[in-house]
Write a protein that binds this ligand. Structure first.
Ligand code: HEM
Length: 440
């Protein structure tokens, strides 16, 4: 439409709009108000943009607005700053470190899961968010907040995420500075985050030898000339990790249990697997590798309900993708959600089928499964998240059967992450020895 372009369908149903673009080909231009945006829909072009030609692109509009969380933390930093920070933090995510985190993940979430009661419905997304937030905090910052502090941090992250998305979809810098209720809420949330993260850093400074974690790594880092990181930078990195690492895994788990709630056969197979594997406590790295069906459930949830459903880039130099010349400053979007539901890449894409990941089945083409992105900006917490989601799924399934509470149909909402409109489930206790009858 003149002046507003495709803004109406985009605002009305973002997920449907992006999916519809796929019909128009691998690279499609659309307009939002005065802006022209280019959507990339093919695995080949995505590989090109995210890997071989990545130096021609910055992270783009959405990530620019996510700077609300503080200075240029790793997920939003650019150029040499990004490279230095990534090199600094990478050791905390090495494969061997994940083994070490599994023990902490277990001791953090097992008591939380054991404390559930059968009495009332659980707000599943909130429960999962509290769990994954505690995991990131315990494993990476050696701290576990009480439930009240946990809730306050969650609320602040949600508020900042909502403000960032609003600003990305309607980029009016003047509006961002006005004292509107939304802007005031975002400022308040920023203060709560700073206070919570500031406390973690203060604890580390007070007991410098007590921790061996990512906060200590940041505190002891030195530039080439021996200068330590500025306090503000440390605060931003810790806040950035908390924001990047909690909600994404939480919504993956929420969707997974939503699908199990309506697929009793899959639920029974999960129960069989965890009953056979989780015979020894605590859960170890070795037991995780034997949870192959659980892992396929995680993969399938990441495919159908990719948490990072919308990713942006911006061309920083003239660059050609397919037969399209992108100008400097041109905005680009791509959607793992759209890619993963493409019938040309996945047979029967709207069916939740964990067995499509069986090694003997034909696998999707290279670059067709990108829940964690690709290339130099690929998610740094991917192994951490996969281990965590598998572990939490198995621990919940070993104790509880989650049943959906009747109510309105659950719809996907494309906010910063892709979350369910609402999901309340009741927890039915599973007792050893009677597990199969309970699942029947
Ligand atoms: C299921 C869970 C997760 C999903 C789906 C996910 C997805 C993503 C995606 C798609 C990106 C790249 C965005 C882009 O290309 O612009 C990203 C970046 C990042 N993620 Fe994750 N993530 C998850 C969990 C985590 C966890 C648990 C952590 C850390 C504890 C984490 C830390 C990061 C960081 C630091 C970056 C920025 C990397 C860089 O720019 O160099 N993520 N994530």
């Amino acid at each position: 439409m003149p002046l507003i372009g495709h803004a109406v369908p985009l605002v009305r149903d973002r997920l449907a709009f992006l999916q519809d673009l796929r019909r128009h080909g691998p690279i499609v231009r659309f307009s939002v108000g005065p802006k022209t945006v280019t959507a990339i829909n093919s695995p080949d072009l995505l590989q090109e943009m995210l890997t071989t030609k990545s130096r021609h692109f910055s992270k783009g509009l959405l990530f620019e607005k996510l700077k609300l969380f503080g200075n240029d933390a790793l997920p939003v930093a650019e150029g040499s700053r990004h490279l230095t920070r990534r090199r600094l933090l990478q050791p905390a995510f090495h494969h061997q470190q994940i083994d070490h985190y599994i023990r902490t993940m277990y001791t953090t979430v097992d008591p939380m899961i054991a404390a559930w009661r059968s009495t009332g419905p659980l707000d599943l997304k909130t429960e999962m968010q509290l769990m994954t937030q505690n995991v990131v905090m315990a494993a990476l910052f050696s701290t576990t907040p009480d439930r009240e502090t946990g809730h306050a941090i969650l609320k602040s992250v949600d508020t900042l995420f909502a403000a960032a998305l609003r600003r990305a979809l309607l980029p009016l810098p003047l509006l961002e500075r006005l004292p509107t209720p939304g802007n005031r809420r975002a400022r308040r949330a920023g203060r709560v985050m700073r206070a919570a993260v500031g406390q973690i850093i203060a604890d580390h400074l007070a007991h410098p030898d007590a921790h061996d974690d990512i906060v200590s790594l940041l505190l002891s880092a030195r530039d080439q000339d021996g200068t330590p990181l500025a306090d503000e930078d440390i605060l931003s990195e810790v806040t950035g990790l908390l924001a990047a690492g909690s909600e994404t895994t939480a919504v993956t788990l929420t969707w997974l249990f939503h699908e199990l709630g309506r697929n009793p056969d899959l639920e029974r197979r999960l129960h069989d697997e965890v009953d056979a594997v989780l015979t020894d406590e605590p859960l170890t790295t070795q037991s995780l590798t034997r949870l192959t069906f659980t892992r396929r459930l995680v993969n399938e949830s990441l495919r159908m309900y990719s948490p990072a459903w919308l990713v942006t880039r911006q061309a920083t130099e003239p660059v050609r993708l397919a037969d399209v010349d992108l100008r400097v400053g041109e905005d680009i979007v791509w959607s793992p959600y759209t890619l993963h539901r493409d019938p040309a890449l996945y047979p029967d894409p709207l069916r939740f089928d964990p067995d499509r990941w069986l090694p003997e089945r034909p696998q999707p083409p290279k670059g067709a499964f990108l829940p964690f992105g690709a290339g130099k900006r690929q998610c740094m917490g991917n192994e951490f998240a996969l281990a965590e989601a598998t572990l939490i799924t198995a621990l919940i399934a070993s104790r509880w059967r989650l049943r959906p509470v009747p109510g309105p149909a659950v719809r996907p909402i494309g906010a910063i992450t892709l979350h369910p409109s609402a999901l309340h489930m009741t927890a039915q206790a599973r007792t050893p020895g009677r597990r199969h009858e309970e699942a029947a």
